[in-house]
Design a protein around this ligand. Structure first.
Ligand SMILES: [Zn+2]
Length: 253
């Protein structure tokens, strides 16, 4: 028996299947990550044709059979997506990287509406962010927080002193946050600027990232910190392919 389900979904990736079908991996709001089989979706007569694009936010209707690895997609209605301007290769790269990050962080069959809301907000806010890298890092921090892998950065965990406008250290494997006096072997010490940005995005989420501009150094510093957290906390993590492209794009400038 299968139930007919209606849900919202962000399509994380798609690939062709068989003669004319498509398999899409999507993050749904209420049913977690789902692998959809869209039968005949590459057939020009199909109602599903052309609708299964990576990165779209959509309303989906599907038959749910939890014991199956693939769920049959019945209907899909696109609600929106990120549309890059011609000159905004960087935002487009980060959009793709964000989809990859979410795909890697969310475990199949685990459902958390907050993961869906995070990527949906990211897609909505991307065009208006002052610096798309700040928004991207806020998404990464948000995803790590949802899996319980990113610590609070308000105080030193050794001496309990509140951290205010100062450089702190973070240990990606233990999650330990420490003030300059306490320090910690193996931790990465951030500059004051990067510390303040991480603390702000950690506290406020996207809200704390929208109007922020990162310097080249801060971008690199926070990027490396995020990479270490993901490597330590997300099984089988590799740097998203799209992110490698963004970096090449950035360093080629
Ligand atoms: Zn301390």
């Amino acid at each position: 028996m299968s139930d007919i389900i209606k849900d919202r979904a962000v399509v994380l990736k798609t690939h062709p299947y068989g003669e004319s079908s498509v398999i899409a991996v999507a993050l749904t709001r209420s049913h977690g990550k789902v692998r959809f089989l869209a039968k005949g979706a590459r057939n020009s007569k199909s109602a599903l044709q052309g609708s299964l694009m990576t990165g779209i936010v959509a309303e989906v209707v599907f038959y749910l059979r939890p014991e199956r690895g693939l769920q049959l997609l019945k209907e899909i209605e696109t609600l929106g997506t990120y549309e890059a301007g011609h000159d905004d290769l960087e935002r487009l790269c980060l959009f793709q990287a964000a989809l990859e990050i979410v795909d890697r962080s969310v475990i199949e069959s685990e459902s958390d509406e907050r993961s869906f809301d995070a990527i949906e907000s990211f897609i909505r806010l991307l065009p208006s962010a002052a610096d798309p890298w700040a928004l991207f890092y806020a998404l990464e921090i948000g995803m790590l927080k949802l899996s319980g892998s990113f610590p609070a950065t308000a105080s030193c965990e050794r001496c309990r002193r509140a951290l205010e406008n100062e450089a702190f250290s973070m240990d990606a494997s233990s999650g330990l946050v420490s003030c300059p006096a306490c320090g910690s072997a193996g931790a990465r010490t951030l500059t004051r600027g990067a510390s303040a940005l991480v603390a702000r995005m950690n506290r406020l989420g996207f809200e704390g990232a929208l109007d922020v501009k990162l310097s080249r150094g801060e971008r690199k510093e926070i990027g490396e910190l995020m990479h270490h957290f993901f490597v330590n906390h997300v099984e089988g993590y590799r740097l998203p392919h799209a992110l490698r492209l963004c970096k090449e794009e950035v360093s080629g400038q």
